[in-house]
Design a protein around this ligand. Structure first.
Ligand code: SER
Length: 320
């Protein structure tokens, strides 16, 4: 049985990934960790360790003390915030990866998951159905760090046989933990505002299509990739992973089917430029072929579940 740690367990992905890993592999076999406390179910259902992933002494100490062999490294600064704090984002996103890759090289851990992103693509990348291998000239700090990270992953696999696995997540939509500081976050915020106020002011323009995915698909894909036999993992930089592609206008129209009085207005800010540098949709033949990836949730189903779940969340706290 693997002994797992999720680093970044209080974040949007980590909070859900931890609970799914615990339900599959047993609560005691999945250590959650973050610099700050996580959601209550994460804190109470199994072991939790508080540390800063930048603390080079403490990370291996925790890993050794729990006999961890598998690491999901999710601590990172997202695209919007990274533009505000470029050096800090580079340090956090790169140093944490390199220190875990080194631990894998030294045999302290056996397997590492590290997320890349659609942000590795840039303004010169083909915009529609972007393939796995294509022009990659990211123009954001976040994208530069993810692209460099992918190169490091492939390098450590080739030179040191490190079993590192990665996917390029699209924008992730979820209701458990809100994202923070990303460009695709409008597609989460819109649900809260639609339910609370029947209106939303979007920070992207109405026709800005981006690749997106509902969280249950992302969690399943992540664990599937980590559980597949190493011989199936042919790409050691990072796999394109595709789900849904839509514009703010299309998402608003879908929400309107459930909340007819819902209205959306547009006030693009600095994140518009980030969004415009990314593809509108990506193609994921390799993930499908190599380890059987397939997304399940479309726009209509995702919207229905999001509205239901966000409503359930807001009623008990007295917002509705
Ligand atoms: N969702 C991320 C962001 O917007 C992209 O990976 O920063």
């Amino acid at each position: 049985m693997n002994k797992i740690i999720v680093i970044g367990a209080s974040g949007q992905i980590g909070s859900e990934l931890t609970m799914e890993l615990r339900s599959r592999f047993g609560n005691d076999n999945v250590v959650a960790s973050d610099i700050k406390n996580a959601a209550e179910d994460v804190m109470t259902s199994g072991p939790f360790e508080t540390f800063d992933v930048m603390d080079e002494a403490r990370v291996p100490e925790v890993i050794k003390s729990h006999n961890i062999d598998t690491v999901y490294l999710l601590a990172a600064m997202l695209s919007g915030n990274a533009e505000k704090f470029p050096k800090k984002a580079w340090d956090l996103n790169m140093k944490s990866l390199l220190s875990l890759l080194d631990m894998a090289k030294e045999g302290i851990i056996k397997k590492l998951f590290w997320p890349s992103s659609i942000a590795v693509f840039g303004p010169t990348t083909p915009k529609r159905n972007t393939p796995q291998l294509t022009v990659m000239e990211p123009s954001t700090v976040y994208g530069i760090s993810k692209q460099a990270g992918e190169r490091w992953c492939e390098y450590y696999y080739a030179k040191h046989k490190v079993d590192v696995r990665s996917v390029r997540y699209p924008g992730l939509i979820s209701y458990k933990t809100e994202a923070g500081g990303g460009t695709t976050d409008y597609a989460v915020e819109i649900f809260y505002e639609a339910i609370k106020n029947s209106k939303y002011e979007c920070f992207l323009k109405e026709e800005t299509a981006l690749p997106m995915m509902f969280m249950p698909d992302a969690i399943r894909g992540t664990i599937d990739l980590m559980e597949t036999d190493p011989s199936h993992v042919k790409i050691r930089s990072s796999y394109n992973l595709s789900g849904i592609s839509f514009t703010p206008k299309e998402l608003a129209a879908e929400i309107k089917k459930h909340i007819p009085e819902f209205t959306i207005t547009y006030k693009p800010d600095f994140r518009q430029q980030i969004a415009e540098s990314w593809p509108g949709s990506i193609e994921d033949t390799e993930a499908r072929k190599d380890w059987g990836w397939k997304h399940e949730f479309g726009l209509a189903e995702m919207t229905r579940v999001m509205l239901e779940e966000v409503k359930k969340k807001l009623v008990p706290v007295g917002v509705l």
